[in-house]
Design a protein around this ligand. Sequence first.
Ligand SMILES: *Cc1c(COP(=O)(O)O)cnc(C)c1O
Ligand code: SF4
Length: 343
Amino acid sequence: MTGTAGLVEAGLVPPDAALELRAVEENFRIRIPAHVREQMQAVSPEDPVFRQYVPDVRELDHRPEEMDDPIGDGVFEKVKGITHRYPDRVLLKPTHTCQVYCRFCFRREKVGHPEEALSADELEAAFDYIRANEAIFEVILTGGDPLVLSDRRLGDIMDRLGTIPHLGVIRLHTRVPLVEPDRVGAALVAALKRAGKAVDVTIHINHPAELTEPVKAGLALLADNGIPLLSQTVLLKGVNDDATVLAALFRGLVANRVKPYYLHHLDKARGVSHFRVPIARGQEIMRELRGRVSGICQPTYVLDIPGGHGKVPIGPDFLREPAKGYYQVTDYLGKKHEYRDDG
Ligand SMILES: *Cc1c(COP(=O)(O)O)cnc(C)c1O
Ligand code: SF4
C-alpha cells in the first residue's frame, strides 16, 4: 500500500490520524508492501515492524542538530550517482526509490524521488568515472534500493561493471529480499552473475520478525548460488535496542548463512529523534552480546561521522592502558584482568 489513504484502508491508522500524517507524507513517502504487513504481529507502534514503516507525527519534530545529508554523501559526489569517499570503493546509486520507506531513513531527503534516478547518459558517465579510477576495487550499488530495478536493467549494469578490469567486488545494499521476497528468484541470480565477478548482497534487517519463511527461502537461493550474504542493522529505539532481540536476530541471520556485518548508530537525519538510542546504551548492548552469542554473530557497531568523514567502530572498550605497557582487560562477564605487554 502507498500513502496515508492506503494506511487507513489497510486499518493501520485510524481515519482521524490521516490528516496530520499527510504532512509527514509530504516530507517522506509512505510505502508498505503486502509481505511487510504480514510481518506485523500487532497494529501498534509497539510492534517492531509497524514502528519501522508506519509514519509517526514525531517525524515533523525537526531538531537543530539534524541534517539533510547527515553522512556527507553530497560532499563526495563526484559525478551524479557516484559517492567516492574512500579511495578503493564507491557508492553507485542508479535509483532513489525503494520498495518500502523506512521512517528512520538516513537518505530520506533524496530517497523516494523517482526523478533522481540516473538517465542512460548519467549512468554512462558513472561507469566512465569508475573505469578511469583504477584505485576503485569495489562498487556498492545502493540508492534507494538497487533491487527495485528490473532484472534486465540490473543485468545491464552487471555487464558493464564486469568489463572494468580493476573491479574485484560488486556489493548490493538492499531491503528487497525482506520486504518483497518473491523478487528473489533464478532470474535475479542470473542477472547478478552477469558481472563475472564476486557479487555480495548486504541485506538491511532490524528485527527477527523480518526473517519469515519466504524471506529465508530467498536468502537460501542466493547462498546456494554462491552469493556471500552480509547484513546491516540500525540500532533503533523500541525496535531492537535490546540484547535479547539482537541476539535472536544475529543468530537467525547466521543460521540463514548471513554474516552480521554492521550495527549502525542512527544518523542525524531530520525527524528521527524518536528512534534515537544513546551510544552508551549501544555499547552496553554490544558488551552484553559479547558473552552471549558466538563471534560469528557479532557485527561491528559503527558510527558514520557527520560531514562525510567515514565510518568508525564505536563498540565497547575491553582494553585500557593505565600505564605504558600495562593493560587492564575486561572479560565478557565484566571482570577485570591485568595484562602486561612483553617485548
Ligand atoms: C558506508 C560507505 C561505504 C562502505 O563502507 P564499508 O565500511 O566498506 O562497508 C563506502 N562509501 C561510502 C560513501 C559509505 O558511506
Ligand atoms: S530501504 Fe534503505 S534507502 Fe530505502 S527507505 Fe529504507 S533505509 Fe532508506
